[in-house]
Design a binder for this molecule. Structure first.
Ligand code: GLY
Length: 327
């Protein structure tokens, strides 16, 4: 039997969380407790992902399918140098991809880390959720799992990514330059029944140490979804987001009644307090509370959220975080 089906037999559907406070927010934050579909994702390239996810939900597909198919758009796009086929490699010139998916009703999840040779790591993460007794499979084991499930081994580095690596090696002949960049695509969807799912996919930091894993494929760090409280995904310095269990922290604060923006703002404060880099960290989050209010926050300027409501998707600039005085 399908692992998820098995576990869902014993699960109870979550009642909607109705928050009564703090519904004002940034442009596009809205609110919904009326069955409206809400989809939110990171970066302008999230727009295509949201639209793909919306198509799945509009045609009666499942929330898990929506988040999976949504993030596959970026995995296939060679112009995006931080995800999938276009993603930049590790310091040995090898593409290692991370992805995770979570169901906020059953709490089932699947993740792959440092996966080589498969262009759509999110599909392998979904296969882990569906077919494996484990939640996370890494490296060579992840590739073995993928090939056993019928995924073909393919070239996962675009020509542009290979050229960028050659330029980096010329500048860093010892292959010891710092790792750079980490623009994860994270997506959260709230369907018309109040069900929330989340997915993340990334090639991780460019020029990372082989085997390095950031926040994105780790439950509670790069993503977290709970139908009773909300869903959140992260992008930025994986080590810093992981240090505070960033996405879990945002969801827990929403559970206690914070708006997504308040929850993210508090979490950014926590990161700044806990990191040796203080607020000199790249960290951004997008979240949807269980009542449909959505929000975003970013330690620095330059971050955008893609938000879908009423069948319309907008890319919205997210202002830089100002350290909060909230307790
Ligand atoms: N946030 C993605 C990473 O650090 O790998």
């Amino acid at each position: 039997m399908h692992r998820r089906e098995f576990l869902l037999k014993g699960a109870t559907a979550g009642a909607g969380f109705l928050a009564s406070t703090g519904l004002q927010g940034q442009e596009g934050s809205g609110s919904s407790n009326s069955g409206e579909v809400v989809i939110i994702s990171t970066w302008p390239f999230g727009k295509d992902a949201n639209q793909a996810a919306l198509e799945i939900l509009s045609s009666g597909g499942s929330c898990l399918d929506a988040v999976e198919k949504g993030v596959m758009t970026a995995e296939a796009n060679p112009a995006i140098q931080s995800v999938g086929f276009g993603g930049l490699p590790n310091r040995s010139g090898v593409g290692e991809l991370d992805a995770a998916i979570q169901d906020g009703r059953s709490f089932e999840s699947g993740a792959v880390c440092a996966l080589q040779g498969v262009r759509h790591p999110i599909q392998v993460a979904r296969a882990v959720l569906n077919h494996s007794p484990h939640l996370v499979i890494v490296g060579e084991g992840a590739r073995e799992f993928a090939t056993a499930r019928g995924f073909g081994v393919e070239e996962t580095l675009s020509d542009k990514a290979k050229e960028a690596y050659e330029r980096w090696v010329k500048k860093n002949p010892g292959k010891d330059g710092p790792a750079e960049g980490h623009d994860t695509l994270g997506l959260v969807a709230l369907d018309s029944t109040g069900h929330i799912c989340a997915a993340c996919t990334t090639s991780g930091m460019a020029w990372k140490h082989p085997g390095r894993v950031g926040d994105s494929p780790l439950l509670g760090h790069g993503l977290y979804a709970d139908d009773q409280a909300g869903g959140c995904v992260a992008t930025g310095d994986g080590e810093e987001i992981t240090r505070v269990c960033g996405s879990f922290l945002v969801v827990e604060k929403m559970r206690q009644g914070a708006t997504p923006e308040e929850a993210i703002s508090d979490t950014l404060d926590r990161i700044a307090q806990r990191s040796p880099k203080g607020s000199n960290v790249h960290a951004s989050f997008v979240a949807i509370r269980a009542d449909g209010v959505s929000g975003a926050g970013s330690m620095r300027q330059g971050f955008h959220q893609a938000v879908t409501r009423s069948n319309e998707t907008k890319v919205i600039t997210v202002p830089a975080h100002i350290e909060s005085t909230r307790k």
